[in-house]
Write a protein that binds this ligand. Structure first.
Ligand code: AP5
Ligand code: ZN
Length: 207
């Protein structure tokens, strides 16, 4: 199974991916997560990417493309299938996949109204130990121990979310039309489990 998941900042891509991985065992390839890991390890890629990410702009194509190509070529992705989250995000990125003959079985587009996205981002918290995604109001952590270690993403201020959303709107049309033959739009302005019910049904229909 080869799945792409797309949608605006905080539309719930990472949250759905957690649930999809649990159920379908796909290899989750999130360019945001991979880049954040590079930044926190202080690698060369991380040092190049940091300023772009912290300001809410896109990291240059060549960096992200090389990272994803490397990840897709690994045995686990070939064996278990993959779930690509946050890539491709530009036309050049989509073209790079074409060149590698990489095509998804399905392209899930999470649809959430703009006014909901800011609140989702500003309240988001991450568990640096498990990588789990929480929300201070709608999805708080189970224990005080987890609560005490939660972190806030540097690009989750209202101002930076607006900048990210603007870029998403500029770039997403070209991506959506590139994958229109396998694209399914999902109403993601519903509780996470309800969104997952729909996602699960769609993915179960693919062999
Ligand atoms: P990335 O990490 O991909 O950020 P993003 O696309 O802005 O998406 P988010 O991770 O913010 O949101 P999400 O849709 O995963 O939502 P989540 O499930 O966490 O990229 C970050 C940066 O890296 C980019 O800005 C760029 O600099 C760089 N980058 C990454 N990919 C790149 C690429 N291809 N090219 C160039 N640069 C790239 O949920 C959000 C919140 O909402 C959480 O609190 C969650 O609990 C809550 N929530 C989730 N679902 C629901 C629901 N159904 N109901 C209520 N609340 C919900
Ligand atoms: Zn995410």
């Amino acid at each position: 199974l080869k799945v792409m998941i797309s949608g605006a900042p905080a539309s719930g891509k990472g949250t759905q991916c957690e649930l999809i991985v649990q159920k379908f065992g796909l290899v989750h390839i999130s360019t945001g997560d991979l880049l954040r890991a590079e930044v926190s390890s202080g690698t060369e890629i991380g040092m190049k990417a940091k300023e772009f990410m912290n300001s809410g702009s896109l990291v240059p194509d060549e960096i992200v493309i090389a990272m994803v190509a490397g990840r897709l070529s690994r045995e686990d992705a070939k064996k278990h299938g993959w779930l690509l989250d946050g890539f491709p995000r530009t036309f050049a990125q989509a073209q790079s996949l074409d060149k590698l003959d990489v095509k998804p079985d399905i392209f899930l587009l999470l649809d959430v109204p703009d006014e909901i996205l800011i609140e989702r981002c500003v309240g988001r918290r991450l568990d640096p130990v498990t990588g789990k995604i929480y929300h201070i109001k709608s999805y708080p952590p189970e224990s005080d121990e987890v609560k005490a270690r939660l972190i806030i993403r540097p690009d989750d201020t209202e101002e930076k979310v607006k900048a990210r959303l603007k870029i998403y709107k500029q770039k997403s049309e070209a991506i959506i039309s590139a994958y229109s033959d396998v694209m399914i739009k999902i109403d993601a302005n519903k509780p996470r489990e309800m969104v997952f019910e729909e996602t699960k049904t769609l993915l179960s229909q693919i062999n």
